[in-house]
Design a protein around this ligand. Structure first.
Ligand SMILES: Nc1ncnc2c1ncn2[C@@H]1O[C@H](COP(=O)(O)OP(=O)(O)O)[C@@H](O)[C@H]1O
Ligand SMILES: [Mg+2]
Length: 472
């Protein structure tokens, strides 16, 4: 509950009743209802004021005699003065105040306290004390012009009660207000406690968010440093390595004089291992460039049939050596795509190398491509939306093998750099675990998607979807 001054009380304020105000705790409509029922019961008007003297609720029965008094200027002035005094009288909390009216009537003013604190007052009246039997002199002298017979006729119509009875009515009303105040205070406390705890959780959440954001920023910075580091190191390694490979090539070609068979074998080993190392370094460089976003695609119209054919002719010797059959299946009329031909070939080459590597002798590896429609964005997962969801034209490239397959729980992880399903030191297959992470980033750089599925009855299928109109 908001206070009029716009300040919300804090918890400390609430648990004491120091700042409790009558108008904060009970709503005016229920107050009005309570006092109206009193007026109906006893016929005496009731007004309820806050501790500051603001009228909070009233139920007033206009008395005929008062109307007549107010018809005369002297009467009106005297009536206004009486009411003003009554209104501004702060009663003694231990003892009610009784204020007489010149008409002979009385007002009864009772304090409302809550938890020992004065929070407002009840004004009952006017009523005529039981003992007043005839027109009081004060009335006759105040409204001289009024015909006494009229006053005589109307005054007795005013509700008559004994002072003691009115005190009892006030006491009774106080009891009821006390109950209302108590439950109002309880409700206020509960809602404020709730608010405070919500505010506290919100603050905690904000703190945690900030800490998460800080941690994320730090990690991002570390990641950037790591990529930079890899890029620098790889670059520095590549230069001497090209010399090693170059010189060992020259030696094996006999440029530096003829070699014995054993020397030739050693030099060839140096060259092969050097090339292997160079491939690894190039992969690291690619990965760091892809991660930092600094790899620039050299775009042209790419003929996918040619890319697949290139890959097949490059890998044919490997496949034959491994006893694996290689197939290509591309429809005659396949649109070209806007992309980097070398990078797309590199991606397919990586997948095909893996397919051959993880397929035992006697197996098959097939490369195929076709035009397809891809459902865009998140809608893809939602069958209900798929019917109306926007789609785009993609070239779908599939690299399928009949090899060892990839367990379902590994299918996400294999795209992580350096991740290999079998990472034991005794593993059967060579490699560094960088290939797929590079392929994935290359395909993402083309705004494409990569996924992997099991092949039937065995093996894996890697699927690339690259948009046809990348620049459109
Ligand atoms: N066609 C495939 N069949 C079975 N497993 C595969 C296939 N392709 C990739 N994998 C698994 O994914 C891992 C990561 O592949 P990759 O990133 O190319 O690294 P690498 O080939 O150097 O091991 C491989 O080590 C292998 O466990
Ligand atoms: Mg690989």
């Amino acid at each position: 509950m908001k206070r009029d001054d716009g300040l919300e009380p804090n918890l400390e304020d609430l648990t004491t009743t120091k700042n409790i105000r009558l108008e904060d705790l009970v709503d005016r409509d229920s107050l009005k209802e309570v006092i109206t029922s009193f007026v109906n019961l006893f016929g005496i008007s009731v007004r309820l004021f806050s501790s500051e003297g603001d009228l909070l609720a009233d139920a007033v029965e206009q008395q005929e005699v008062c109307k007549v008094i107010n018809e005369y200027p002297d009467g009106r002035a005297a009536c206004t003065a009486t009411i003003s005094t009554v209104k501004h009288t702060v009663p003694d909390p231990t003892q009610d105040t009784v204020h007489p009216c010149f008409s002979g009537a009385r007002y009864h003013i009772a304090a409302i306290t809550y938890d020992g604190r004065y929070v407002g007052r009840i004004v009952l009246g006017p009523y005529l004390p039981a003992e007043v039997k005839e027109l009081p002199g004060s009335l006759l002298t105040t409204v001289r012009e009024a015909p006494p017979s009229r006053l005589q006729q109307l005054l007795p119509q005013m509700p008559r009660a004994r002072v003691e009875t009115v005190r009892n009515i006030a006491e009774h009303m106080r009891g009821i207000l006390d109950l209302i105040l108590f439950s109002g205070h309880k409700a206020l406390l509960t809602s404020q406690m709730h608010l405070a705890s919500v505010r506290e959780s919100y603050r905690e959440l904000q703190d945690k968010n900030q800490r998460l954001q800080d941690a994320y920023d730090k990690l991002k910075e570390l990641d950037r440093l790591k990529s930079n580091f890899i890029a620098t190191i790889s670059h520095e390694l590549r230069t001497p390595l090209t010399s090693i490979i170059g010189y060992s090539e020259m030696m094996s070609e006999g440029i530096a004089g003829s070699l014995t068979d054993e020397q030739l074998e050693f030099v060839n080993t140096i060259r092969d291992k050097g090339e292997q190392l160079l491939t690894l370094i190039m992969s690291l460089l690619d990965l760091s460039k892809l991660e930092s976003g600094s790899l620039a695609l050299v775009k042209s119209d790419v003929d996918i049939r040619k890319s697949l054919d290139d890959v097949v002719s490059l890998l044919k010797p490997n496949a034959t050596k491994a006893g694996v059959q290689l197939h290509v299946d591309v429809p005659a009329a396949l649109p070209t795509i806007r992309g980097d031909a070398n990078r797309i070939r590199q991606a397919v080459l990586n997948l095909a190398e893996n397919a051959i590597k993880f397929t035992p002798s006697g197996g098959q590896v097939s490369l195929s491509a076709k035009l397809a429609q891809q459902v865009l964005d998140d809608a893809e997962d939602d069958i209900g939306f798929a019917l109306i969801a926007p789609t785009r034209s993609v070239i779908e490239i599939r690299v399928a093998d009949t090899g060892i397959g990839i367990p379902e729980n590994e299918r996400e992880k294999i795209f992580t750099p350096f991740y290999q399903v079998d990472s034991s030191s005794t593993r059967e297959y060579g490699g560094t675990g960088l290939g797929l992470s590079i392929v994935q980033r290359l395909i993402h750089a083309h705004d494409g998607k990569i996924s992997v599925e099991p092949n039937h009855p065995k093996g894996s299928v890697f699927i690339l979807k690259i948009p046809v109109d990348l620049d459109a």
